[in-house]
Design a protein. Sequence first.
Length: 574
Amino acid sequence: MTFERSTIPHCIRQSCLTLNRRFAGFTVLLVAMALPAAGQALALGTAKNAPPAPPPAETDPFGRSTPRGTIEGFIRATQRDDFVAAARYLELSDKQKAKTDELVRELREVMERYYREPLAAISEAASGNLDDGLPIDQERVPLKIEGKQVDIILKRVKDPHTGLIWLISSGTLAQVPALSEAIEETWVERIMPRVLLDHSFLGISLAVWVAWLASLALPLLLFWSMSRLGIFFLRKTVNDSRRLRLTTLAWPFTVVLTTIVHLLLLPWLGLSLGFRILYTRACYVFLVIAIAWLLHRIFRLSFERARSLMGRRHRSDTESLMLLGQRVFNVLLTLVTIFVVLSILGIDTKTALAGVGIGGVAVAFGAQKTVENLLGGIFLLTDKALAVGDTCFISSRLGTVEDITLRSVRLRTPEQTLLSIPAGALSQANIENFATRQKILAQTNLQLRYGTTTEQLRSVLGGIRKLLTDNPKIETNSARVRMINFGARAIELELYAYVLTADNTEFLSVREELFLHIVEVVEASGTAFAMPTEFIYAEKMADGRRGGLSTAGEIEQQEKVTSERSRAMMKRAI
């Protein structure tokens, strides 16, 4: 049976459409779920066919994965007199194993006497230094013996438990007894008295302690004397202000040079190798801090010198920008010093930098206003909107800019209060800077009384114009005085003149003197200024009693109303 479209009920058609939509949606959902499943199956199939990933490289628990780690581990073990642990860093042959302790002791003496290179010079790569001219499985550690170089050879071998490791080769160990027998006395042992050599403190002989103290005291005395001599010549050739600035560099230079000389002398003092390594690291940290101190002094003097030059040239905006630049430099210098010290102490600075980067992002989100204030201060100075010492009208407050920091602008108000305004808010505020003006406007209205004759008025105008022309502090081209209006109580004159000064105190003095001369001109012409007088009338009642008091304006209004009423009554009568 066939039905026409018009014969199908409306509800059945709606049900069919609904079923069709649901079926289509269900089909789309099945396809969307099937696509990820197919992708996962394809990925699993690819993973099954792919070759297995190589196992992660094993790390030696004793630090022998790198040449430097082997030498450091051997030195630490010998400092503890742990010969069993020290033997782990040696490639011992069957014959050498019988005298392991003796070999360890002799190798320690040879290295303490003749190894003078910093440990940082030894490769820290697992593959060693590939450009030293040796086979790829060998690495050299140089010793200086009587002006000749003798190498300790490290060899990379396969350990059944930890994989490839570096060991001091058996060939080097075979030469150790001969090198140990050839050891001669150091200059400290030859020069110092036997009583100092026989007594020790912290495991180091008193003779070495005396040599250590001399390696510090003698360079310090030498460079301090040189600095005193330099200051003496500065007094003869340089003025006081510059000499005082330069003398502040004397102690930083003395400390830096003394530390450098002390570090160069350390290998010749006869200190034990382990102590020398730790002490050298501490000296490097101190040297970095001393250099940062010296750079801080040098750049502070440079910035002060540049700011003084800008101040003499009246470039206060550039002077303020230099002040902000000096503070940014101090922050950067501190951060660089911290990271260099961390590197010397053996801390992984890459991880620290990554942490700083992640922390910087977090801080940037949490301290958006602080960053906004910092950039706002920089933009204000680069745009030359204001500078330290400028008198400005900011955020509805008048004051003098006292300081521009990395976060805010400090304004000293006329009430002598200190107003701190965030630099970010200043970038969106209206700033009226009075320090940039070269002249100050003096404008006022003069009111002469009614009754002033034309001749008197011309005399007043001519006298004031002559005052403006003859005053050297008044800008002649723009100065004017004009009659502008017949006011309600006086004849009004407008005075308009620029005083050629940027100093507000001087402006007030010039304007005061000008106003006094104008008073003399008005008095000499025979007229006077209008008085702000209000006439008061006393009314009497019809019975003779005194009524209220009325002003002239009120009387005039009352008379106007009375006259209007009289005219209205006359019209009605007509």
